[in-house]
Design a protein. Structure first.
Lengths: 553, 173
């Protein structure tokens, strides 16, 4: 029996075990929405397409599955762009489906026409414009394969309206042909042996773990590696949660706002083992001063990351889990006593910290959230000062428990990503930590959260300003502040109330401690407006052009 | 050093945009680019001439490999190869100087493909050295217009790389 391509698309999604799609309807995507009437797949109606993309992203990060979002042509598609770029930068598996004007109209500047495949070439792993109805099932199969394997990323499918309405004999392919796509999974055997040798010989090893550990589901292998060769572990923002935060070998984050002891350890180490990390400029700062004494082992599934930013002595291209598993049997248990002592000493000598003076400090809010949250809680942040404090002061023991916009640094990510996270993990506590700037970029999604009856716990670290930019102006523009202090902010408690949330305004440490157990224990959605000290800076901070061990604090 | 990359790609719409876009957004420069179908209609060959050191080439090679439509990349300057470029040159030629030009055309084994009262259009194929020498010797007459196809090249011997798709990452560690 023939079915429409739109119906076939939905059948394909069912075959890929898609449970939820996030989207916003419109003219060109009409046939697809019509087909959504006949499926068990849940559709979440968002308030703006950017929200749909971030929700699919948050959902994918929490579940490890491919996130799916839908939008119509033209403005619907362009509104997704920030969310697609965000997923691309952080290697999140996502399939994006957009409607397109009918094939006869393509290229005529038709109503709501935009060349979305052209626009998204640089921010997708791959994309497709479907011109022939028969192509669809194979394209969907390829899209899911590409999105979820190798180095994951978003894949976009642009579906013209007339193609969606055409009828085909539906058959979902078992296999698919992608002659140009063969990710290397297994590490090169000789390199694996050499790496093991180097690790064994090293007396001052440091492991630098990135988001690839989470993607490859390699947290337990990482733990084994660290314990076997007794190597302290520092992580990137994306690597948080991949190594237990309460482990004695845990060093915290490195780089621009990393702990001073992590940065010092990297500077002193004789062997740096980069696992699923990409030597981002926010990590490395001044390249010539980064790990100057170290032989660098770089394990990554993306060959293009090898040697892109720093020269490495020992590259291994492959799936992180697979490579670590191959290395482990070649290693012998060792102690590195002197090195571990040195790390202890560094940790005592240069601790993280801030001063309490009666005003509510943002770091204090984060610390207390860390103390009172569920062990299994998922923390979602926005971008800015609060994000860095969360990375510094919270401890995550589980992979996929810290969700943040890393590479793109997209303000407005938090609320929709938290919604996606909560939908992916309905029984877990989801805590959204966001600034008063970021929440106002996507706060229309409070409507989506209310509609879906999500018990989100939203903590606004409200300093009435764009704190991170303000801090940059303080250091780099001699405190000539411009366009960073809000002259007007809404009453966020009142705002929450309108959307059916409980709300509290917190101005003192005492008040925070008073409400926190109740808020986190509640089954209702809650918004907590924390009025925090505007003058607090994120420290330590590596100034532009400095080496990472020269951070100011 | 100049490198000639012979890139086999799936013959999909938009593949040229993907390749060209990659070069521009990652700051790689293209000296010349020639595209056409191969003996396999599903596969096109792009011959791209680029200039850069080893590290530059390695990064370019890896970034190109990341494009799903890219099947195989050969830096053919590393092996024995033949390369050719076709150039059309319209040169000023009144009756008085025509004979002199035709002599040059003979020497370089070029061909005259169009004649008008005031100009001649000449076709020449060859490698860089030959084409440049010819261009230099015509310049005194006044070159009115010139167009080059961009370089195309193949490895010497009996390589049939379009049929062998299985080794995209063979040289990766």
């Amino acid at each position: 029996m023939k079915i429409t391509v739109a119906e076939a698309l939905i059948r394909c999604l069912e075959r890929e075990d898609v449970e939820i799609v996030f989207g916003y309807p419109g003219g060109a995507i009409l046939p697809v929405y019509d087909a959504l009437n006949k499926t068990v797949i849940k559709h979440v109606l968002v308030r703006h397409e950017q929200g749909a993309a971030h929700m699919a992203d948050g959902y994918a990060r929490v579940t490890g599955k491919v996130g799916v979002c839908l939008a119509t042509s033209g403005p619907g598609a362009t509104n997704l762009v920030t969310g697609i770029a965000n997923a691309y930068m952080d290697s999140v598996p996502m399939v994006v489906i957009t409607g397109q004007v009918a094939t006869s109209m393509v290229g005529t500047d038709a109503f709501q026409e935009v060349d979305i495949t052209g626009i998204t070439i640089p921010i997708t792993k791959h994309n497709y414009l479907i011109k022939e109805p028969d192509q669809l099932p194979a394209v969907v199969k390829k899209a899911f394969l590409l999105a979820s394997t190798g180095r994951p990323g978003p894949v976009l499918i642009d579906l013209p309206k007339d193609v969606a309405q055409a009828k085909i004999d539906f058959k979902y392919p078992q296999k698919t042909e992608l002659p140009g796509y063969k990710p290397t999974i297994k590490g090169h055997a000789a390199m694996v042996q050499q790496a093991a040798k180097l690790m064994t010989k090293s007396q001052r090893p440091v492991i630098y773990a990135g988001g690839g550990v989470r993607t490859a589901d390699a947290a337990s292998e990482l733990l084994q590696l660290a314990e076997t060769i007794c190597a302290p572990v520092t992580h990137t923002l994306m690597g948080l949660g991949s190594f237990p935060g309460n482990h004695p070998l845990f060093l915290g984050m490195l780089g621009l706002h990393g702990t001073r002891y992590a940065n010092q350890a990297v500077t002193e180490c004789d062997c740096l083992i980069a696992v699923g990390a990409r030597f981002d400029d926010r990590v490395v700062s001044n390249i010539s001063g980064f790990a100057p004494a170290a032989k660098i082992i770089h394990i990554d599934i993306d060959p293009a990351e090898i040697g892109k930013n720093v020269v490495t002595q020992l590259p291994i291209v492959g799936d992180v889990k697979n490579v670590l598993k191959a290395i482990l049997p070649h290693l012998e248990k060792k102690e590195n006593m002197a090195w571990v002592d040195r790390i202890m000493q560094l940790r005592e000598k240069m601790p993280l910290g801030y001063e309490q003076d009666g005003i509510l400090k943002p770091q204090f809010v984060i610390e207390k959230l860390n103390e009172f949250k569920d062990e299994s809680a998922i923390v979602v942040t926005d971008v800015g000062q609060h994000q860095m404090w969360a990375a510094q002061y919270m401890r995550f023991n589980e992979p996929r428990s810290f969700i943040s916009s890393g590479g793109l640094g997209a303000m407005g990510f938090c609320l929709p990503a938290a919604i996606g996270a909560q939908m992916g993990a309905p029984h877990k506590q989801v805590i959204a930590i966001v600034g008063d700037g970021g929440i106002q970029m996507t706060m229309q999604e409070l409507g989506t959260a209310a509609e879906q009856k999500l018990p989100l716990k939203i903590f606004i670290l409200n300093n009435n300003s764009l704190g991170m930019v303000r801090q940059l102006q303080e250091y780099y523009c001699d405190s000539r502040y411009i366009a960073v202090d809000f002259q007007f902010n809404p009453d966020f408690v009142e705002l929450g109330r309108i959307y059916g949330m409980e709300g509290y305004t917190v101005e003192t440490p005492e008040k925070l401690l008073e409400i926190l157990p109740g808020v986190l224990g509640s089954t209702a959605p809650v918004i907590v407006n924390c009025i925090v000290d505007r003058e607090e800076d994120v420290l330590p901070m590596v100034m532009d052009g400095s080496n990472i061990d020269e951070a100011i604090s | 050093m100049k490198h000639i990359l012979s890139v086999l790609v799936e013959n999909n719409p938009g593949v040229l945009t993907r390749i060209a876009g990659l070069f521009s957004r990652r700051g790689f420069n293209i000296d010349s680019l020639a595209v056409g179908m191969t003996e396999n209609p599903l596969v096109s060959r792009m011959t791209i001439v680029v200039e850069g050191n080893e590290r530059y080439l390695e990064q370019l090679n890896k970034q190109l490999h990341k494009l799903v439509d890219v099947i195989k990349i050969n830096d053919i300057t590393r092996d024995a190869y033949v390369d050719r470029e076709l150039v059309l040159i319209k040169v000023s030629a009144d009756a008085a100087r025509r004979a002199e030009i035709m002599q040059l055309v003979d020497i370089f084994r070029a061909r005259i493909v169009d004649v008008s009262p005031k100009s001649l259009t000449v076709e020449i194929t060859g490698n860089d050295g030959k084409v440049t020498a010819f261009e230099d010797s015509l310049r005194p007459f006044g070159i009115k217009e010139l167009v080059r196809t961009g370089k195309i090249a193949l490895l010497r011997g009996k390589n049939d790389s379009t049929k062998n798709h299985a080794n995209k990452e063979e040289d990766e560690i």
